[in-house]
Ligand binder design. Structure first.
Ligand SMILES: Nc1ncnc2c1ncn2[C@@H]1O[C@H](COP(=O)(O)OP(=O)(O)OP(=O)(O)O)[C@@H](O)[C@H]1O
Ligand SMILES: [Mg+2]
Length: 250
C-alpha cells in the first residue's frame, strides 16, 4: 500500500476501518483507534476529535510534537513508525502487536525483560529524546514474544531546540529510568535492588520543579480543552459520553 493512502484518510473512513477504540477523546487527550486498511494495521491518534478550535490547535501542537519525537526515534525496535499525518491533529502510526504491561501475567517479567526494556530506553535517550510519560505504565507494551515496546511520545522532549528543554532533558530521562523501577516494584518487587528502591524514593529538586511547572501549564490547557468535551445529559441523568476504554468490532 502507498503511504499516500494513509495520508488521505478522513474521519468517515477511519470510523469505517476501526477494529477497536483504545481510548476515547477526553480533554486534551486524543482518541486512539486501531484500524485496518487493505489488511494492514495502524493506530490513529486524533487529537482534535470531538473538540472545538482550541482543541484542534492544541491537538496540532501535540500531534506534531509526538510525530517529531517518533521521527527522531525512527528505526528503533518496537517504537512505532509514523505512516502519515492526514490532518495537522491526526497521526497514523504503525500498529505494534503488543499489550500493556499491566495486562500481562507476572511470569512475563523476569530480569531479562527489564534488561531489554532498559536497553530500549537507553537507545531512545541516545537519540536525544526523553519520553516523559513512562511512569504511566501502560505506555510500555509487551509483544507476544516478550519484547518491550514503547508508545505515546506526546510528552516527549528532545535535544537541539529550546535551551530550557536542554536543561530539563537529563532530568526527564532520569524519570524515564525511574519508570523501570516503578514497573518492577509493581509487577516483580522481588527483583528490585536496594539501589532501585533508593531511586524510587528520591526525586531531585530540579525534576520536582520541572514537574510543577508542567502541571501549572497543563491545568488551564486541560480546562480549556475539556470545555469542548462537554455533552448534554441523557434522560437517565447520565452524561451520554464518558472517557475510558471502549472496544468494538468493525
Ligand atoms: N502504535 C501502537 N501500537 C499498538 N497499540 C498502541 C499503539 N499506540 C497506542 N496503543 C495502545 O493505545 C493505548 C493508548 O495510546 P496512547 O498511550 O498513545 O494514548 P493516550 O491518550 O496518551 O493514552 P493514556 O493517556 O491512557 O496514556 C496504549 O496504552 C496502547 O495500549
Ligand atoms: Mg498513553
Amino acid at each position: 500500500m502507498t503511504s499516500n493512502r494513509w495520508a488521505s484518510l478522513h474521519r468517515g473512513e477511519i470510523d469505517r476501518l476501526t477494529v477497536r477504540v483504545f481510548r476515547e477523546a477526553w480533554r486534551a487527550r486524543p482518541e486512539v483507534r486501531h484500524i485496518r486498511m487493505e489488511g494492514v494495521d495502524a493506530v490513529v491518534k486524533d487529537y482534535g476529535r470531538g473538540g472545538n478550535i482550541f482543541k484542534h490547535l492544541l491537538g496540532a501542537f501535540l500531534a506534531r510534537r509526538e510525530v517529531a519525537a517518533l521521527h527522531r526515534a525512527e528505526g528503533l525496535p518496537h517504537v512505532p513508525h509514523v505512516y502519515a499525518m492526514p490532518r495537522l491533529w491526526i497521526a497514523v502510526l504503525e500498529y505494534i502487536d503488543a499489550a500493556p504491561v499491566t495486562a500481562q501475567p507476572r511470569q512475563t517479567f523476569d530480569a531479562g525483560f527489564f534488561d531489554r526494556l532498559s536497553g530500549l530506553i537507553d537507545m531512545i535517550h541516545r537519540r536525544g529524546i526523553a519520553h516523559g510519560d513512562l511512569e504511566k505504565l501502560d505506555n510500555i507494551l509487551v509483544t507476544p514474544d516478550g519484547e518491550p515496546a514503547i508508545v505515546d511520545f506526546a510528552a516527549a522532549i528532545m535535544s537541539g531546540g529550546n535551551p530550557l528543554v536542554a536543561l530539563a532533558l537529563p532530568y526527564v530521562q532520569e524519570n524515564d529510568r525511574r519508570a523501570i523501577c516503578k514497573l518492577k516494584s509493581v509487577v516483580a518487587p522481588d527483583l528490585l535492588t536496594d539501589e532501585e528502591r533508593q531511586i524510587l524514593e528520591t526525586r531531585r529538586p530540579a525534576e520536582v520543579w520541572y514537574r510543577r511547572l508542567r502541571k501549572y501549564i497543563r491545568r488551564p490547557v486541560k480546562s480549556l480543552a475539556s470545555r469542548a468535551d462537554e455533552r448534554p445529559a441523557d434522560q437517565t441523568g447520565n452524561t451520554r459520553w464518558r472517557p475510558g476504554n471502549h472496544h468494538y468490532s468493525a
